[in-house]
Ligand binder design. Structure first.
Ligand code: PEP
Ligand code: MG
Length: 587
């Protein structure tokens, strides 16, 4: 069966099915006279859930690590949110239902509203909410919140392939990590909890698999997280081949961990800037940032998405400031809110659009929604007094948009000054280049922006006319297409001519097959998800700039993506043979 590859590697193991939402919901009518008592029952369950989350957080922090424990702190905030509590109390009163039903319905409503938000590169914003809902219902039923979540143990000592519709954070608590070989789920994308856990553990994961069509009995499977394939009845040779690749990949990962940190250096000693992309504060672990100059893309929209209403200026300020304080003197590029298109805001009522991705999104929405944009820019500027910040605008298509956005920044700066509020007066303000027409106009964009950031995820989508989230045309989504590469060359050259710094922050920055050609085109700054960083660092360390330029020239003589990919793969594998474990061997 095929699905979406979200964590690379290959593994052989014994399939174990795990049902996530395994809680019975009792349904009772609650007459008006009993509403206060039912609300009190709910309040008590919320308090107990909060306490049990705090306990889980501490336990996971000491047993597994700080990083994995943070998710439970975030869930604690959800349970503690007064508007969440109020919404549940109101459901009990208005609908005359018991607390369990109120929780179920509130969670279902938010899950549905947030359902469209989950794009391939985004985390599922409702997963934590469902996890919290399950915990509260279990507390109401008087169960220990965690116990029933434990997946059935596999027989014998074989390693486990966890198969589940949806993998929620508290499921991770019960998995015996030493025996976990792979994860297969129906829902969730590259940034789902399953994917993040799998990459942290260095095991493969495939999502988007129609789990309901799998045979009920597991057996021994092969999971190929690089190709997005699950082999249900592997032959002897499949198993032998998979085990060999698994070993090679584990050895490769172990060697990556020994790699020194700090700036990447090419074989010839040239310094290349490597930065990380971040979507949420809890991803900013000290280990992630060790030796790195900073965050190349902080997607602020996630602060707006996973909740029922706009964050206030104060709340935003606190978050931005905490981010800056957490990273010390490193630079953080905050991108202003990029919603619309495949990232709708559940509480922002936008009339339905026939083509949302070509519609009201990114900076377009911000410029027409001054309340939202002003409060964000104000919060960012106020936070800029506490660290090293750059501000970046998404989806700039016309120069007027960049000018207008800069004007707003200047207006707010002068207002802050009048009121004696501190901010960084030299803050750099940049434009994302992710629309082909803007790419062709990079010369003027670069002369008015302090820096340029290339968003290849959207640039490729718009240049190729391929929806980046549509599985039907996923094989046509090819950032290595000769046309896309020409756009990239043009952007990089125009930025260099204007002496404007340029960084690439789309997924392509973390694709080891693209590294050499990007270097050859003159790119010196790459921002990517932390997972890919040591891999790209390894490729950079194996090549010198003269060779990368020569290879880029050769690439531009080729006419098809297939030939381009083959050439790049061949050379990359010659330089770093261990990468073989990462690639899909059948394409
Ligand atoms: C991009 O488009 O490449 C990008 C980095 O932004 P996002 O993925 O958030 O659209
Ligand atoms: Mg984009």
């Amino acid at each position: 069966m095929t699905g979406v590859p979200v964590a690379p590697g290959v593994a052989v193991g014994s399939a174990v099915f795990h049902e996530s939402w395994d809680v019975d919901i009792p349904v009772r009518f609650v007459p008006a006279g009993e509403v206060p008592a039912e609300q009190a029952r709910l309040d008590q369950a919320l308090d107990e859930t909060k306490a049990s989350l705090a306990e889980t957080q501490q336990r996971i922090a000491s047993e597994v690590g700080e990083r994995d424990s943070r998710i439970f702190a975030v869930q604690g905030l959800l349970v503690d949110d007064p508007s969440f509590r109020e919404a549940l109390r109101e459901r009990i009163r208005a609908n005359g239902v018991n607390a369990e039903v109120a929780v179920r319905d509130e969670v279902a409503e938010w899950s549905e509203r947030l359902a469209n938000v989950a794009a391939s590169t985004d985390r599922d914003p409702a997963a934590d909410l469902r996890d919290v809902g399950r915990r509260i219902v279990r507390t109401l039923a008087g169960h220990e919140a965690d116990e029933a979540a434990a997946p059935a143990a596999a027989a014998g000592r074989e390693r486990i392939i966890l198969v589940t519709k949806e993998f929620l954070p508290s499921d991770a608590v019960h998995v015996d990590r030493s025996r976990l070989a792979a994860i297969v789920t129906a829902s969730g994308g590259v940034a789902s909890h399953a994917a993040i856990l799998a990459r942290n553990l260095g095991i493969p994961a495939v999502t988007g698999v129609d789990v309901s069509r799998l045979p009920a009995r597991g057996g021994s499977w092969v999971v190929d997280g690089s190709a997005g394939r699950v082999i249900l009845e592997p032959g002897e040779e499949d198993v032998r081949d998979a085990r060999k690749r698994e070993q090679a990949y584990q050895a490769f990962r172990a060697s990556l961990e020994e790699d020194s940190r700090g700036f990447a250096q090419t074989k010839g000693g040239a310094s290349i800037e490597l930065l990380v992309n971040v979507e949420a504060f809890e991803e900013l672990q000290p280990a992630v940032l060790e030796g790195l100059p900073g965050v190349g893309l902080y997607r602020t929209e996630f602060l707006f998405m996973n909740r029922p209403y706009f964050p206030s200026e104060e709340e935003q300020y606190d978050t931005y400031r905490s981010v800056l304080e957490a990273v010390g003197d490193r630079e953080v590029t905050f991108r202003t809110i990029d919603v619309g298109g495949d990232k709708p805001l559940p509480y922002l009522k936008v009339p339905p659009e026939p083509n949302p991705v070509l519609g009201w999104r990114g900076i377009r929405l911000s410029l027409e929604w001054p309340d939202m944009f002003y409060s964000q820019v104000r919060a960012l500027l106020r936070a800029s007094a506490h660290g090293n910040m750059r501000m970046l605008f998404p989806m700039i298509t016309a120069i007027e948009e960049l000018r207008r956005a800069r004007e707003i920044v200047a207006e707010i700066q002068s207002d802050l000054k009048t009121h004696g509020v501190p901010f960084d007066e030299n803050i750099a303000v940049g434009a994302m280049i992710e629309v082909p027409a803007a790419a062709l106009a990079t010369a003027s964009m670069a002369s008015e922006a302090d820096f340029i950031s290339i968003g290849t995820n959207d640039l490729a989508q718009y240049a190729l006319a391929v929806d980046r989230n549509n599985a039907r045309v996923a094989d046509l989504y090819q950032p290595l297409h000769p046309g896309v590469l020409r756009l990239l060359r043009l952007i990089i050259e125009a930025a260099h001519a204007a002496e404007t710094p340029v960084c690439l922050c789309g997924e392509m920055a973390g694709d080891p097959e693209a590294t050499i050609v990007l270097l050859g085109l003159g790119l010196r700054s790459f921002s990517m998800s932390p997972y890919f960083l040591p891999i790209v660092r390894r490729v950079i360390g194996a090549v010198d700039l003269a060779e990368s330029r020569k290879l880029a020239q050769k690439v531009f003589e080729l006419e098809s993506t297939t030939e381009i990919r083959a050439l790049l793969r061949e050379r990359t594998l010659e330089l770093v043979p261990e990468l073989s474990a990462l690639f899909d061997h059948e394409t």
